[in-house]
Design a protein around this ligand. Structure first.
Ligand SMILES: *Cc1c(COP(=O)(O)O)cnc(C)c1O
Length: 360
């Protein structure tokens, strides 16, 4: 094998994480969010593993097309809806649900004479100020959608939380109240909660939850890993040690010579770098596992390689497995060191990484 960087996707973990979400949400339906290529785990692969979900949520029409081409017949919701009027015929042909969040989309629908049925979700902006209609407009927009003969009269109602990962931030409570007030006498299923909403805001569970991160075993709760929350990581990122070296005290390691050896010591070099999607911002001290033992990066991450301080792994040998994240090394720990979130890391795997599936 020319490159050793390997992302192992644990299909069993995906399935068990879905079951764990279901335990928490009772009768609510679960939309498995698989945008950004299934948070970097592989769109079709994740959709097949999560065939038990009630629907899939994707970011774009293109992802809906990919899922249909893969033979996925389940309900698929395109979370930002059509980008232009011409998209509508594709939505109808592929039977994709369209989130309608903007007046421009409503205008395209109102001039669309295509007789094929289209299912829509009406999105309200209750405080995130990204996508959605103002709550004051909800009734009027709902009525305009109901008046369209080629739009399914069963219109779902949704909003998205801006800060549900902060369990003491009352913005979420205010968003829930604004949504309830705006939709009080409108018919249709309700959908508010994302992963953090499922964990922290039980009053927001009806009727659909839209869950991404938890299915992949990823956490966005500050200071907590997916494992801490009772979920299993669905990705292990690993590679091999390709060199073991002795470096003298006072010598410096890597680009810009940022790591100075505090003593005569052994270092290792592993075949992975930012060219594979491992974050260049991960500093010296970021943990890795060498043959299961915790060690730490020494010096800068380069494009193809990282250097490892092997003082804690004196038996390390060329060919040993180096784990960058996975079940014994929470990705959240790496993300915190690199100044980002776990989602950003799994989404960032490049084409050079070899993906393999594991049923476990
Ligand atoms: C991404 C997304 C979700 C899922 O968020 P998680 O934090 O991964 O659970 C839910 N709803 C919308 C609209 C999204 O864009």
């Amino acid at each position: 094998m020319s490159r050793a960087a390997l992302a192992t996707i644990h299909l069993g973990a995906l399935r068990r994480n879905l079951a764990r979400v279901r335990e928490r949400v009772g009768a609510a339906k679960v939309m498995a969010v698989v945008k950004a290529d299934g948070y970097g785990h592989g769109l079709e692969r994740v959709a097949r593993a999560l065939s038990n979900a009630d629907a899939f949520g994707v970011a774009s029409l293109g992802d809906g097309l990919r899922l249909r081409a893969a033979g996925i017949g389940k309900r698929i919701v395109v979370l930002s809806g059509p980008d232009e009027a011409a998209d509508l015929s594709e939505f109808r042909r592929l039977q994709l649900d369209a989130v309608i969040h903007h007046e421009s989309q409503l205008a395209w629908l109102e001039s669309d004479r295509d007789p094929r049925n289209l299912r829509v979700w009406l999105k309200m902006d209750t405080g995130m100020h990204r996508l959605g209609f103002a709550p004051d407009d909800a009734r009027a927009v709902h009525a305009r959608l109901r008046a369209l003969p080629n739009v399914d009269s069963d219109i779902a109602l949704m909003t998205h939380f801006a800060a549900s990962d902060e369990f003491d931030n009352d913005l979420t409570a205010r968003q829930i109240a604004a949504f309830d007030a705006a939709t009080r006498d409108l018919q249709g299923a309700r959908s508010l909660a994302n992963s953090a909403g499922v964990l922290g805001w039980p009053q927001a569970k009806n009727d659909w939850v839209r869950v991404g991160g938890l299915l992949y075993g990823l956490s966005v709760i500050e200071g907590k890993s997916g494992t801490d929350l009772g979920f299993e990581p669905a990705m292990t990122l690993s590679t091999k040690l390709i060199a073991v070296n002795r470096v003298a005290r006072g010598e410096r390691v890597g680009y810009a010579a940022t790591f100075e050896c505090p003593q005569d010591m052994t270092t290792g070099v592993a075949a992975i770098g930012y060219g594979d999607g491992y974050p260049r911002s991960a500093p010296s001290g970021t943990p890795v596992l060498v043959d299961g033992k915790r060690a730490a990066l020494a010096g800068r991450v380069s494009m193809d390689l990282v250097t490892i301080d092997l003082r804690n792994a004196p038996d390390a040998r060329i060919g040993d497995t180096v784990t960058l994240w996975g079940s014994h090394l929470p990705i959240e720990e790496i993300a915190a060191r690199a100044g980002t979130i776990s989602y950003d890391l799994t989404c960032g795997m490049t084409k050079r990484v070899l993906f393999v599936e594991d049923e476990g």
